[in-house]
Design a protein around this ligand. Structure first.
Ligand code: HEM
Length: 459
């Protein structure tokens, strides 16, 4: 009565290790899900992955009474620098509950009001830079957006200025982070003996971790020295709040882990969303035109305020559709407490890592129709949104472990795109550009360049 879960061919000793190459995972798994269907099995020397990409199966895996987040593989290696911060803590760890309760309100929709001016401060730096460089200047899209998103999370959460727009090179934190994330992925695929033998990589990994921890440590020290500013930010909350359940505050070590977590999770993903949205706007002139019309109608030549954000309905649909095709974090992993059965016929062991492959789920033709690759923001029109089956759109993960920064990300991206559309005409530098996705833990378009022309519609 049970069915075997399909599995691509394996190699001796390493099993399916070649199929989890982190630099091309999304592409590989989309290909494999076309061949093997909505559930397939990858075996690694120390883990079994069960990859899901249909709404029907994902809907079951999102039932938190049966499945919960598992921190394994690359995420377990990321723990070397994010420890028991929210992203990489196991549900059962005491610091997870404490951190979640203390930080949830700091990133609530209400808290976003207090962060608007900080977001605006950085977005205006981007606009000014683009204006000053002028029409002939070639803009590296992902690089510019990385500056925006790193500076925005730094300023809004910790009142710390990375000042990325005033440096030629990206902040050393970013270089350490990119290298460490890459190494974490590689470490998860090597055996522990291989890891021990790679002395130079280990040394660089340690140096990068130290650099990230020191950046966080310096920000804490400076805050203690200067005291709280005019308004309480996320760092003040972490330094002073007591968890209502245990009555305890967060330790300095845990605060450093949370800070590194926010700096990483808060900028990599969001700059990916901004980059892919810009790419799709340029590839779809009628969508760009409609978005521009909405921005002109809602903002005119006014300075954007927080009250404009919910009125930018079509822009929001564009972001949802971008996250459907390019979920910045393309997968998350859960596991069952007990051996169980999925879809009435697939046996799952409690030791299995059940991977919700978001990029595959977002291409399930039973939900999205035959043209899943087509960029169509109307899929998320207010009328259609209510008709989507449960758990068919999961770019921000699931349940209690869903993204704490989702309101932050959407507000920031809406604000930045609205400003850009209000003030610039976008020109693709290379109209025959073929999208190439660069993947680490998150995804970005590689070598995507634009130019911009000022519209003369500044507030
Ligand atoms: C969790 C995606 C922006 C902080 C997650 C998860 C996903 C995700 C899929 C669940 C991961 C899992 O289950 O293993 C995204 C996307 C973003 C984004 C697509 C932007 C487009 C942000 C921002 C922040 C942030 C701006 C911080 C301000 C976090 C944290 C968690 C998380 C701390 C762990 C939450 C927990 O387990 O309690 N995100 N994220 N993310 N995200 Fe985001």
């Amino acid at each position: 009565m049970y069915e075997k879960i399909p599995q691509p061919p394996t190699r001796p000793l390493v099993g399916n290790a070649a199929d989890i190459d982190p630099s091309a995972r999304m592409e590989n798994w989309l290909r494999l899900s076309k061949i093997y269907g909505p559930i397939f099995h990858l075996s690694l020397p120390q883990r079994n992955l069960i990859i899901l990409s249909s709404q029907e199966l994902v809907n079951e895996a999102c039932d938190e009474k049966r499945f919960n987040k598992r921190v394994g593989g690359a995420l377990n290696e990321v723990r070397s620098f994010t420890g028991d911060g929210l992203f990489t803590a196991q549900n059962s760890e005491k610091n997870y509950g404490k951190g979640h309760r203390i930080l949830a309100s700091a990133f609530s929709p209400v808290a976003m009001h207090g962060m608007f001016e900080g977001m605006m401060d950085i977005a205006e730096q981007l606009v000014l830079r683009w204006k000053r460089f002028g029409e002939d200047s070639i803009i590296n899209v992902s690089e510019n957006y990385t500056r925006v998103t790193l500076d925005t999370i730094g300023l809004c959460a910790f009142n710390y200025r990375f000042n990325s727009f005033y440096q030629n090179e990206l902040h050393p934190f970013v270089n350490s982070m990119v290298r460490a994330l890459h190494e974490a992925g590689s470490r998860a695929r090597r055996t522990s003996i291989q890891n021990k033998l790679m002395i130079a990589s280990q040394r660089q990994f340690n140096a990068d971790i130290q650099n990230m921890q020191e950046t966080a440590g310096k920000i804490i020290e400076e805050r203690r020295r200067k005291g709280q500013g005019e308004k309480k930010d996320v760092l003040d909350i972490m330094l002073t709040a007591k968890d209502p359940v245990t009555g305890e505050g967060l330790s300095d070590e845990n605060i450093r882990y949370q800070m590194v977590t926010f700096l990483i999770a808060g900028h990599e993903t969001t700059s990916g969303l901004l980059s892919f949205a810009t790419y799709e706007l340029l590839k779809n002139p009628s969508t760009l035109q409609k978005a521009r019309e909405e921005v002109d109608k809602v903002l005119g030549t006014d300075r954007i305020t927080i009250d404009h954000i919910p009125k930018l309905v079509y822009l929001n649909q564009i972001l949802k559709e971008t996250l459907r095709l390019y979920p910045s974090a393309p997968a998350f992993t859960v596991a069952s407490e007990e051996d169980t059965v999925l879809g009435g016929k697939y046996q799952i062991k409690k030791s299995d890592d059940v991977v919700v492959f978001i990029a595959g789920l977002h291409r399930d033709p039973t939900v999205w129709g035959p043209n899943v690759e087509e960029f169509d923001p109307d899929r998320f029109s207010p009328e259609k949104m209510g008709t989507l089956p449960p758990n068919s759109w999961k770019p921000f993960g699931n349940g209690m472990r869903a993204c704490i920064g989702r309101f932050f990300a959407i507000q920031e991206v809406t604000l930045v795109l609205a400003l850009i559309l209000q003030q610039f005409d976008l020109i693709e530098e290379n109209p025959s550009y073929q999208l190439k996705i660069r993947e680490a833990l998150t995804i970005k378009p590689e070598n995507f360049f634009i130019r911009v022309k000022t519209r003369g519609t500044a507030p």
